[in-house]
Design a protein around this ligand. Sequence first.
Ligand code: NAD
Length: 260
Amino acid sequence: MNLKNKVCIITGAASGIGYGIAKRFVADGAKVVIADLKLDAAQKAADELTAQGPGEAMAVEMNVTDETQVNDGVAKVVETWGKIDVLVSNAGVQIVHPLENFPFDDWKKLLSIHLDGAFLTSKAILPHMYKAGSGSIIFMGSVHSKEASALKSAYVTAKHGLLGLARVISKEGAEHGVRANVICPGFVKTPLVEKQIPEQARDLGISEEDVVNKVMLGQTVDQEFTTIDDVAEVAHVFAAFPTNALTGQSLVVSHGWYMN
Ligand code: NAD
């Protein structure tokens, strides 16, 4: 089970969990595409990872909600490396508000990044995987693909939606040797989560300490954050698994916050 010379596109990989997955894949010999909003941040990440080796990384500027940028980015990868073996659709944001105050524009923005992003990148990549007769698509879900939390109507809706999309791709992709799965992490300390701590304290009227200890970690078995490395390890399993027996699944990695 290794990723040597596998071409892996990871969206939102200039930062946080996406970067951690890219690092894990490059360490295993993969050719990784850092697809992110800003080319300079993506290039910096790609340079760091190529220096680390033994795999290599390239940067692609990609707003996952922009069909032209997605298609152009995917075309550039195929032109450069000739194929795509793995897609990790990871780019995401968090926006929290009580539903009655949730600005419609924020709702649409969040759903677009998570759902349009997964749809557009999958749509652009599937023909290349079908042609090759193999491929692994991985969506970055969340415990919020299975659970709900106050203030997170848009995020919970989007993350539940990814389960459905992955299951459809696993059915449509089967005859072409393509599988699709979802990773569902608990809270991981990345910029996305750091930003939420004061926002949730404000909206819930509690201290930042209580946001961390009660809201984020209160239902874990050991009051621990999930780490980027934990999530990267699960991504590696879905990417490198040798057969398509592992398809249409979602795996929760959350210190027991959610058990199924
Ligand atoms: P992060 O903010 O550290 O990284 C997100 C990355 O996505 C950034 O590099 C950003 O530039 C990029 N991005 C944002 N919008 C984009 C767009 N339109 N097109 C391309 N790139 C875009 O966040 P993170 O915590 O690493 O989150 C990554 C994924 O993991 C998200 O889908 C998030 O929902 C999911 N997730 C995070 C946690 C957590 O606790 N951090 C838990 C479960 C799931």
